[in-house]
Design a protein around this ligand. Structure first.
Ligand code: FES
Length: 111
């Protein structure tokens, strides 16, 4: 098991969960009630699973694939530390991984 921290868009709430090594970050996020839709379930056809990875943790992740980079171009509020949570599998090197949930994931019009 490794610990993962989900930080709310406003930074006010931190949810810390334990997840089995080998889990997909999107699944862990959804199981803990994070507001990530993940509409295409990992087919890289949405970007509603977008998270912003803590700057220190970002370097521990394998590079994003070209299709992931392309899909991130469509993610609302993307930053240079953005990743698709459906493309992140948890391993021991990611202990205490911290990601922020972008505020506009559910509704890009803010409603
Ligand atoms: S779930 Fe659609 S791109 Fe990740």
């Amino acid at each position: 098991m490794i610990r993962v921290r989900f930080v709310s868009a406003d930074g006010e709430r931190v949810t810390e969960v334990e997840a089995p090594v080998g889990s997909r970050l999107l699944d862990v996020a959804q199981a803990s009630g994070q507001p990530l839709e993940g509409t295409c379930e990992g087919a890289m056809a949405c970007s509603t699973c977008h998270v912003i990875v803590d700057a220190e943790d970002f370097g521990k992740l394998p590079r994003a694939s070209e299709p992931e980079e392309d899909m991130l171009d469509f993610a609302a509020a993307a930053t240079r530390h953005s990743r698709l949570s459906c493309q992140i599998w948890l391993d021991e090197t990611l202990e205490s991984l911290t990601v922020r949930i972008p505020g506009s994931v559910r509704n890009m019009q803010g409603r």
